[in-house]
Design a protein. Structure first.
Ligand SMILES: Nc1ncnc2c1ncn2[C@@H]1O[C@H](COP(=O)(O)OP(=O)(O)OP(=O)(O)O)[C@@H](O)[C@H]1O
Length: 256
């Protein structure tokens, strides 16, 4: 059974804008699935709907067999623990007034009942927990007392990833997590996500306009254009002649 199922999802904004048009997809546990498309193709709308931030009237979304209904608060809370998000702008995730160690512990503070297997909440001090989380994303303990303004873009994104990992999610949704970073740092973040995915076996849904990033990380690729899924294939079939002309154009523009 697929971990995440989306069936015939359509989203219309006011003024007749159809951001998603009958979108169906399925993501299996432990897979890394990329959603690629140009600006305006509906990627962020899809991410918002999947997080329960955007209501939907047409279609069906289920995670681990349970339908996601934005108004059902209790079910949404458990879903929000299971499904974590990394956004493009780490500044929107990190409170500028909090030192990194407090920021990194915020999700665990909101879900006191969670006992991630890689942390010993009872025995460790709060700073030790924060330190262990930073270590998972390749950050040194001397970052603990710093504030977001004192970190580079890549370091801030690592902190955002550490926060997301702290609740040991079953699914990590990354919406353009590398788009604001320079090329070398982008690569490092992609490598970090790849390593974490292999280690933890969590599912990753990686949303990006950058087909290079998607093909580096993902084993399944879904192509969105004007709110429609126009192509969906395993990585091995990237150069297959059956690829949709739009996918071929994206590949060509990326000059692989
Ligand atoms: N709140 C909104 N109200 C009206 N239209 C919207 C709203 N949000 C998005 N849209 C429209 O829906 C379509 C899809 O937008 P969306 O932001 O999901 O695309 P995207 O692929 O994430 O683009 P980008 O990469 O530029 O963020 C676009 O035509 C956009 O103008």
């Amino acid at each position: 059974m697929s971990q995440l199922i989306v069936e015939n999802l359509s989203i219309h904004y006011s003024k007749g804008v159809k951001a998603l048009d009958n979108v169906s997809l399925a993501v299996n546990k432990g897979e890394c699935v990329g959603i690629v498309g140009e600006s305006g193709s509906g990627k962020s709308t899809l991410a918002k709907v999947l997080l329960g931030l955007q209501p939907y009237k047409e279609g069906y979304i289920a995670f681990e067999g349970n339908q996601i209904v934005p108004k059902k608060k209790e079910a949404l809370r458990e879903y929000r623990r299971q499904v974590q998000m990394v956004f493009q702008d780490a500044n929107s995730t990190l409170n500028p007034k909090l030192p990194i160690w407090k920021s990194v512990l915020e999700p665990l503070d909101n879900f006191k009942e969670v006992q991630p297997s890689f942390l010993n909440r009872e025995e460790a001090s709060r700073k030790d927990l924060a330190k262990a989380l930073l270590k998972m994303v390749g950050l040194d303990a001397h970052m603990l007392e710093r504030f977001p303004v004192e970190l580079s873009g890549g370091q801030k994104q690592r902190v955002s990833i550490a926060r997301a990992l702290s609740l040991e999610p079953g699914l990590l949704i990354c919406d353009e997590p590398t788009a604001s970073l320079d090329v070398t740092v982008q690569k490092q973040i992609l490598q970090l996500l790849k390593g974490l995915q292999e280690k933890t076996e969590m599912t990753i849904l990686f949303i990006s306009h950058d087909i290079r990033a998607v093909t580096f990380l993902c084993n399944q690729i879904i192509v969105l254009k004007d709110g429609l899924v126009v192509d969906w294939f395993p990585l091995e079939e990237l150069y297959h002649e059956d690829r949709h002309p739009y996918t071929k154009a994206l590949i060509k523009a990326a000059s692989f």
